[in-house]
Design a protein around this ligand. Structure first.
Ligand SMILES: CC(C)(COP(=O)(O)OP(=O)(O)OC[C@H]1O[C@@H](n2cnc3c(N)ncnc32)[C@H](O)[C@@H]1OP(=O)(O)O)[C@@H](O)C(=O)NCCC(=O)NCCS
Length: 409
């Protein structure tokens, strides 16, 4: 038998950089939301086109892959959305694309998967992002969970309702009280409002033309969900949405939202060749599973695994962008690592409780935000983006600041 062919060239893992990221303004899902009559795939087209517009140094034919995530992959989020959105965005038809799903961590997985392709040498430049139009595609649309999940007691019945998993976290960690969750939410709204005022948020938004049969044409230029001026008193009076006398409310959860994100990633040498800026360097990533009924703790083992594999500790991390699906889930993460609820390293410009969480799009919002922080914080060397994921998972990506000045962290 012939010996297997030797590889054409020795393999070497290549460095991957996050060049840039953009997003649409996030909307409130539902008939009154600003994207009620806007297609999900058109939101993706906007973010792809914006990346190309911001980077004329990148010839479109040098994009090797377009990976776009969506949780509900039907209708205007179906049909292999990475491929269809790439064609609609005017990329050359020689540029392939695909769709990806890991629920809330869809865009995060689009990044880690396509970045791994760059590291392996299969691609030089990719576009990775995500979309969720929760108005056109409500959570759970068309799903058909296998009855064995419950019949065989594989998961608790609450596992499929994210808000109930957040209540379960409050049960598991009684010291993470509703008051702490509400205080965290108030702070998220306040930090977001301050960042917006300081011009930090709008820089990454691509305006989207909207239409409404009732109101005519419009232009979405700002996030719709934020509630500036939110107070503890107002939150204390809200009903608990997922359990009578529970702790999880519309005020301390992310809402139901519409939006899209996209990022440009490249092999570091290709970025230098093309003159693409380097926003962040990928250090490593991990995903981990937990009991689905407490999916909110997912970021804990995912972060421990990612840190261990990277040879770092939590003390090496100078900035955290953690998705705020629910305040209690962020608190569970902070509590585990001994980080204060109001630590300034955590979501310095607010989070999803304020700006919204269109499921599969959010991972790239976290990354885009972290790369903006890095540019302003040369004293910080490492940051992480992390999020909890439905059906009991967490995902964490560790990034290095290319602007690091050799200081402490
Ligand atoms: C929590 C949830 C059920 C609330 O849905 P909703 O009831 O439609 O939310 P609304 O925006 O209508 O808010 C409910 C009420 O709270 C009020 N409210 C919301 N946020 C508030 C704030 N920050 N301050 C004061 N009031 C607030 C609203 O004004 C509204 O009041 P009203 O009933 O008098 O009109 C929904 O947002 C949800 O399911 N979130 C979780 C999404 C999710 O699971 N994502 C995946 C994560 S893994």
């Amino acid at each position: 038998m012939a010996a297997p062919a030797a590889p054409a060239a020795p393999r070497a893992v290549r460095n991957v950089v996050f060049v840039d990221g953009v997003r649409t303004p996030f909307g409130k899902a539902g008939p009154k939301g600003m994207y009620a009559e806007t297609r999900a795939d058109d939101l993706v087209v906007k973010v792809i086109r914006e990346l190309l517009r911001r980077h004329p140094e990148l010839p479109a034919e040098r994009v090797d892959e377009v990976a776009v995530a969506a949780t509900t992959q039907i209708g205007d989020q179906g049909l292999t959305i990475g491929r269809t959105a790439a064609i609609l965005a005017g990329l050359p038809k020689s540029v392939p694309g695909y769709a990806i799903d890991r629920m809330c961590a869809g865009a995060m997985t689009a990044v880690t998967t396509s970045a791994s392709g760059i590291a392996f040498g299969a691609y030089d430049v990719v576009i990775a992002g995500g979309v969720e139009h929760m108005g056109r595609h409500p959570m759970g649309e068309g799903v058909d969970p296998n009855p064995r999940f419950l019949a065989d007691k594989l998961v608790d019945p609450s596992a499929l309702v994210m808000g109930q998993t957040a209540e379960n976290l409050h049960d598991r960690f009684p010291h993470l009280t509703k008051e702490r969750a509400d205080a965290y939410a108030v702070a998220s709204q306040a930090k977001y409002a301050a960042a917006l005022k300081a011009g930090k948020i709008s820089a990454d938004l691509v305006p989207v033309a909207t239409r409404s049969a009732e109101h005519g044409w419009g232009l979405a230029t700002a996030d719709e969900p934020p509630r500036p001026g939110t107070t503890m008193e107002a939150l204390a009076g809200l009903k608990t949405s997922f359990r009578p006398h529970g702790r999880v409310t519309a005020g301390n959860s992310a809402g139901l939202n519409d939006g899209a994100t996209a990022a440009l990633l490249a092999d570091e040498e290709t970025a230098a060749e093309l003159g693409l800026p380097v926003g962040m360097r990928l250090v490593g990533y991990s995903f981990a599973g937990v009991d689905p009924e407490v999916m909110g703790v997912g970021p804990v083992p995912a972060t421990e695994k990612a840190l261990r594999r990277a040879g770092l500790t939590i003390d090496d991390i100078g900035l955290f962008e953690i998705n705020e699906a629910f305040a209690v889930q962020v608190l569970a993460f902070l509590d585990h690592f001994g980080i204060a609820d109001d630590d300034p390293r955590v979501n310095p410009w607010g989070g999803a409780i304020a700006c919204g969480h269109p499921l599969a799009s959010s991972g790239v919002r976290l990354m885009t935000q972290l790369s903006r922080h890095f540019a302003e914080r040369p004293d910080v060397r490492y940051g992480i983006t992390t999020m909890c994921i439905g059906i009991g998972m967490g995902g964490t990506v560790i990034w290095e600041n290319p602007h690091w000045n050799g200081g402490d962290k």
